[in-house]
Design a protein around this ligand. Structure first.
Ligand SMILES: [Zn+2]
Length: 354
């Protein structure tokens, strides 16, 4: 696995960052005993909430404070549903998140969708899309079309002048949290069937129901947002639950249509990093276009004497991930942004090679 410089804390801090943010994944809270997962890996249910509390305490004490926290999904575990405690578990974690001095931005993972239907999730505090940028001169908002709300949960915001964060829904294409008779469920099942036929020789182990992908409408929306960011010379971080690069994960945790997602991202110059959770062992890869794929280690598989979260300091030329516990610290240099006039050629080249 290719890794950039790793260091321990006080790296290259000669000038203060433009802003900082926290990042954490896969708390998977449930009030149940610790035990092995189906993959025979220990899950520390009795510690996961304590780990979240500790992370919030540290972020609250940081100076300068982070501007916001990215919560990468699976905040509660699926087993809450089996004992009728989904809402109770959600209220428990949200009470702790209320202790944060800074806002959380949430993405939805498979465990949110094991516990709740999408319509319900939209009514909870896990729906943070109201923090979307509403500026008239900004890129298209996810729900600004006339007619009913779009069925994916995605939005973007600009925390600093030339920087944008795009939250994507990696279960828009997916079978979890869908109503039995919905057209979205049928379209997702059809997609899976087609994809399995097209990947017959062992390259399809990611085509499972605990993964999902971005549907055509969301991909088109993402393309429009990234076009705006290209035109306005912004740098973009994309945030989703599921990894989108095969080299940034260790298990079958990978978006169904990761090639389609990468194709859209690679046709733009603005994206510098994609943050994911889902694969609790974490991962990292810098792809052929220089985009950093950071898969955060999961809180739920962090033993009592450690943790898994980080603070990212954003500078003009790089981001510095200060990892805590199992999360490695990394310096993430930005790729070069080329003049707009060379955009088309680069796009063509990029499409040939993911
Ligand atoms: Zn997950």
């Amino acid at each position: 696995m290719e890794e950039p410089v790793q260091e321990s804390g006080d790296c290259l801090q000669e000038a203060p960052p433009n802003f900082s943010f926290g990042v954490i994944a896969d708390v998977q809270y449930s009030d149940k005993p610790n035990g092995l997962s189906s993959w025979k890996i220990m899950r520390y249910f009795q510690q996961s909430l304590l780990h979240l509390q500790q992370a919030i305490q540290e972020w609250n004490g940081e100076e300068p404070p982070p501007r916001f926290v990215l919560q990468l999904g699976d905040i509660i575990d699926s087993c809450n549903r089996n004992v009728g405690k989904s809402q109770e578990a959600l209220e428990t974690v949200l009470r702790d998140i209320d202790q944060s001095n800074v806002p959380f931005h949430h993405v939805w993972g498979n465990h949110e969708l094991y516990n709740f239907k999408r319509d319900f999730l939209r009514q909870t505090k896990l729906n943070t899309s109201s923090m979307e940028d509403g500026r008239r001169d900004g890129p298209k908002e996810s729900n600004d079309e006339s007619g009913p709300l779009l069925d994916y949960y995605a939005y973007h915001f600009s925390p600093h002048g030339k920087f944008r964060v795009v939250m994507v829904d990696t279960y828009d294409l997916g079978v979890l949290g869908r109503k039995v008779d919905s057209k979205e469920l049928q379209e997702s099942l059809d997609f899976l069937e087609r994809a399995e036929e097209e990947n017959p020789n062992g390259s399809s182990n990611h085509l499972v129901t605990f993964n999902g992908g971005l549907g055509p409408k969301q991909l088109s929306w993402l393309d429009e947002v990234l076009t705006y960011s290209d035109q306005h010379h912004e740098r973009v971080i994309i945030v989703g639950h599921t990894p989108i690069h095969p080299k940034a994960k260790r298990t079958p945790c990978l978006a169904w249509n990761y090639q389609d997602i990468l194709r859209v991202i690679h046709s733009h110059q603005c994206v510098v990093c994609y943050f994911a959770g889902h694969d609790h062992s974490g991962g990292y890869h810098q792809d052929s276009q220089g985009i950093h794929h950071v898969t955060m280690e999961g809180v739920i598989e962090s033993p009592p004497d450690t943790n898994a979260f980080g603070t990212v300091d954003v500078f003009e030329d790089r981001m510095v991930l200060r990892g805590r516990g199992r999360v490695k610290s990394r310096i993430l240099l930005y790729r070069e942004i080329h003049p707009a006039s060379s955009c088309c050629c680069l796009t063509f080249e990029k499409k040939k090679n993911l």
